[in-house]
Write a protein that binds this ligand. Structure first.
Ligand SMILES: NC(=O)c1ccc[n+]([C@@H]2O[C@H](COP(=O)([O-])OP(=O)(O)OC[C@H]3O[C@@H](n4cnc5c(N)ncnc54)[C@H](O)[C@@H]3O)[C@@H](O)[C@H]2O)c1
Length: 294
């Protein structure tokens, strides 16, 4: 990376907090636990915490049954998971990753509280996919510890983490977050705090272009996806990816990126709006661009 590594950043963190026990929070927690880090997982919903413990437990069991980790390592990882509905439980965390619902006001309120509760944390990170990190920390007195750590779904599997660097972040916070990501076996890339960062900035216009191609009748959905898989070496075509992400999510993200960036390639095609208004949202509703069996 381009910034100088501070000595402190090289110290391995032993205790982190994860805020939000949904899809992303549970995957991020599992990754840290398996790297030998103690994790406190906080969610406002006790039911979500129980679900997260179940998801992490079965994820770890699967790794043991496939001989990817020793049974003792799995047991130790699960024993290092603490859960709470109280944000104060993060008081002793050395770093925090926030993965609550994608809502700016909610995240701003949380970072305002984290600033005081987590006085010893060396970084306070948000896993937001589409919000500006600088806006998320706008209500804090000192935003220098805040960075973005953008994991990909499923977070316990995909190796990439985008380290999002706002103008307000200190080198120490960026370096510590970067070192933490590496210490859990993930690969960080550095990106400025810009709309959609790297991967989604490229993926969204790609999916929209594929939808336009399909809409214009140039080729079938299957052939568009097959062409990208076999011609570009992609593991999944853009239309299958759009169905996986959710066509409503794709539409929301495209509209918000278009507002900020204003490029014509980000304009959602009519077919996307029609599919969404018809309730054909992709895999989650069983039907989107493709029919998905139950
Ligand atoms: N799902 C993805 O593919 C994906 C990928 C990368 C990043 N993200 C980002 O990760 C974040 C979480 O997404 P997700 O898909 O895991 O959502 P999710 O709906 O599965 O989980 C969100 C969790 O946040 C909890 N929550 C809400 N308010 C809270 C509060 N005040 N304090 C503590 N917990 C609270 C909810 O109870 C829920 O368990 C979002 O910012 C999203 O943009 C999602």
């Amino acid at each position: 990376m381009s910034t100088r590594r501070t000595g402190l950043a090289m110290t391995k963190l032993s205790q982190v907090g994860v805020l939000g026990g949904g899809t992303m929070g549970s995957g991020i927690a599992q990754t840290a636990l398996l790297a030998g880090v103690e994790v406190t997982l906080v969610d406002v919903d006790q039911g979500q915490l129980e679900r997260a413990r179940g998801v992490i437990g079965s994820g770890i069991e699967r790794l043991v049954s496939r001989a990817r980790i020793e049974a003792e390592q799995g047991e130790a990882a699960l024993a290092a998971l603490n859960t709470s509905t109280d944000l104060e439980a993060l008081a002793s965390a050395q770093g925090v990753i926030e993965a609550v619902s994608e809502n700016l006001a909610l995240k701003q309120g949380i970072f305002e509280r984290l600033e005081h509760v987590c006085s010893d944390a060396r970084f306070l990170a948000s896993n937001t996919s589409s919000l500006s990190i600088q806006e998320i920390c706008e209500r804090m007195q000192d935003p220098s510890r805040v960075v973005g750590l953008h994991y990909f779904n499923p977070a316990q599997v995909l190796p990439l983490v985008e380290v999002v660097v706002p103008l307000t972040a200190s080198d120490e916070a960026v370096d510590t977050a970067w070192a933490f990501v590496e210490s859990t076996g993930k690969t960080p890339v550095r990106v400025k705090d810009t709309p959609a960062f790297i991967v989604n900035r490229l993926l969204v216009p790609f999916c929209l272009s594929a939808l336009r191609l399909w809409e214009s009748g140039v080729a079938t959905a299957e052939d568009i996806d097959r062409a990208c898989q076999l011609g570009l070496g992609h593991s999944m075509g853009p239309l299958a990816t759009a169905d996986l992400v959710g066509l409503d999510v794709l539409l929301d993200v495209a509209e918000s990126m278009q507002r900020e960036i204003g490029e014509p390639t980000l304009s959602p095609p009519t077919i996307l709006r029609r599919l969404v208004s018809a309730g054909r949202l992709g895999r989650k509703t069983g039907r989107g661009i493709y029919e998905h069996g139950s």
